[in-house]
Ligand binder design. Sequence first.
Ligand SMILES: [Fe+2]
Ligand SMILES: [Fe+2]
Length: 228
Amino acid sequence: MITKKTLKQIEKFAESRFAKNKDSAHNMDHVKRVRDLAIHLSQGEAADTDVILAACYLHDVGGDAELNDPSGNTDHAVESAKIAKPFLEKLKIPQSKIDHILDCILSHRYRTEHKPKTLEAMIVFDADKLETVGAIGVARAFSWVGKNQAYIYKVEDIKKYSEKNMGGKANGRIRDKSKHSPQLNWETKDKHILSFLYTQKAKNIAKRRKKFSEKFFQELEAEILGRK
Ligand SMILES: [Fe+2]
Ligand SMILES: [Fe+2]
């Protein structure tokens, strides 16, 4: 068990890591939304909510390292785990829980080969991915555009684009973020959300949110192509 006091310390640590953060899509507000969604997903499940809470707080603390690396080689899940490890080891948390929290952090990313294997890791992953669809998904996608000086709208031959800028894999890293757009992200990844979520509860939420995103991207395309 992780005491309430320790969980508060973990939350405060995350807050301090995000204090100077300039990425509106990956800040403490995002962390709190992911936490609340994860708690919702874990209700009625035999899940270790202490592990889930700690992992939610820490899952993006290494976000800056990826953001500041234009090469696209830095993986913020790996960086977050690196930052979380020594911090967690200073707290009185059993080693098995620390290992589990680190595993949840490492596997929260879609663009990685490190996949969630435990219920807790699946819940953290699903809660984080629900942030990519619906109204919040659209809002975050365009905040990402501003941050990366990417396109508001750009559509290309998806197969060719994926090969050129994402290594030809659905979960490939984006090589040049400035060539990306929310529409391309939607086409290559987010619209397939139902195929990569793990929990039924998250899939039910995603179904509703996905309809909103679909409508938004259709509307955006129609306006930009001058059809209305
Ligand atoms: Fe993340
Ligand atoms: Fe996240």
